[in-house]
Design a protein around this ligand. Structure first.
Ligand SMILES: [Zn+2]
Length: 63
């Protein structure tokens, strides 16, 4: 289980502890599922499939 304090951006799905996404400024939500860690986006097929072009932590699904 991920930490309960983490929130997900509704736009880019980046996980953060802030109320707003540090990348795109969209309000974040705690209502998310799944967990994806991109360590090296240039080598990660999962990152490409999900359209992730930056390293970081992402939610797989946000309601
Ligand atoms: Zn965002």
């Amino acid at each position: 289980m991920p930490q309960v304090s983490l929130r997900a951006c509704k736009t880019c799905l980046m996980l953060t502890e802030a109320d707003k996404c540090p990348r795109c400024g969209t309000p974040t939500t705690r209502d998310w599922q799944g967990y994806l860690i991109v360590v090296d986006h240039t080598k990660s097929e999962i990152a490409k499939m999900n359209g992730r072009n930056e390293n970081g932590r992402y939610a797989l699904r946000v309601r």
